[in-house]
Design a protein around this ligand. Structure first.
Ligand code: AMP
Ligand code: MG
Length: 314
């Protein structure tokens, strides 16, 4: 009965789609609902939620909750909003599972490399070595909505997980508003929900966004892609991008991309970043540890082209 009712709503219902700039990128949200005004309200609710989360989690602004955490005294607990506690706990889970390949304390490295200003600067080994004091997921603890840093100078960067988390919360807001189905695209991370046919999502060649090299089918899931191909600088044949390996302090010098599909947006997002740092073999091993998650690596084939590997293989 419920299924029939939902199908009837979809057949007779309305939809609404809007694009707005949020979380530093263009977002497109589409809602399906029994009535037009409900679809409009659901899209509004999704954007309101993403904007709210940005004001908590963005490290690009000084007035956000996460940026104000810098003032915390090492060793003492700070009460934060429940969302911040939750996303940090999720990030620390993937950090531990990936042995620190994913690390939400990467911000001091990101800043030192000049990745925030766009003026890339290759730090000396001595500088990278000194930053080890301030980078490491074991230097931060979370208990519910309380956070503490164990050392001075630790700074959080949730850029590898926040968009996926925001997609999860935006979906909840849409459902609470009465949406029956939706499609949310946040800067290339896509989340779809509701009784829709599976969506075919294209994975493009890392050197040519117009060329599709693979397709994934998504239904009630999120698909997130990580790679260095969108934002990077090349110096002396080395490619420096925005994804760093916190274990070495260096930018991951790897072409290609990894796409992860998972039910939860935060998980797809964090795993994509982690798997990119780890590379195809260890990355696929990490994704395999999460039930229902799958990944597609696009790697160099050594002849100027790309090779696609899927895990699990179908
Ligand atoms: P994504 O686009 O989801 O792969 O996330 C990349 C962003 O996450 C970067 O712009 C940094 O802000 C942050 N980041 C970079 N390297 C890491 C890492 N190894 N672990 C966690 N976050 C990272
Ligand atoms: Mg990510």
């Amino acid at each position: 009965m419920i299924v029939l009712a939902l199908m009837a709503a979809l057949l007779t219902g309305a939809s609404h789609e809007e694009a707005r700039y949020v979380m530093g990128t263009m977002a497109v949200v589409r809602a399906e609902a029994p009535a037009g005004e409900t679809a409009v309200a659901a899209v509004d609710a999704a954007f309101a939620e993403m904007t709210r989360l940005e004001s908590i989690m963005s490290t690009w602004r000084e007035d956000t909750e996460i940026s104000r955490l810098k003032a915390a005294v090492p060793g003492s607990w700070t009460t934060v909003s429940p969302e911040l506690g939750e996303v940090l706990a999720a990030a620390l889970d993937v950090a531990a599972a990936s042995d620190g390949a994913f690390d939400p304390t990467v911000l001091p490295l990101v800043k030192t490399w000049g990745l925030r200003t766009g003026a890339l600067h290759v730090p000396t080994p001595a500088v990278l070595d000194s930053l080890r004091q301030r980078v490491g997921y074991r230097l931060v603890e979370v208990a519910g909505n309380r956070i503490r840093f164990l050392r001075a100078g630790v700074e959080l960067d949730l850029g590898g997980v926040a968009k996926g988390f925001a997609l999860d919360r935006a979906r909840s807001a849409m459902i609470a508003t009465g949406a029956t189905a939706g499609v949310l695209d946040l800067g290339g991370s896509l989340l779809v929900f509701g009784p829709r046919d599976a969506d075919s999502v294209g994975i493009v060649a890392p050197d040519d966004p117009a060329r599709r090299v693979a397709t994934v089918q998504v239904r009630d899931a999120c698909v997130a892609t990580s790679g260095q191909y969108e934002r990077y600088v090349e110096i002396d044949g080395h490619r420096y991008g925005h994804i760093l390996d916190p274990r070495t302090g260096r930018s991951v010098d790897r072409r290609g991309s990894v796409t992860v599909v998972a039910r939860e947006g935060w998980l797809a997002d964090a795993l994509a970043t982690a798997a990119f740092v780890l590379g195809p073999e260890a990355g696929a091993g990490l994704v395999a540890r999460y039930q229902g998650a799958s990944c597609v690596f696009v790697s160099e084939d050594g002849r100027g082209g790309w090779v696609v590997t899927r895990h699990p293989r179908r």
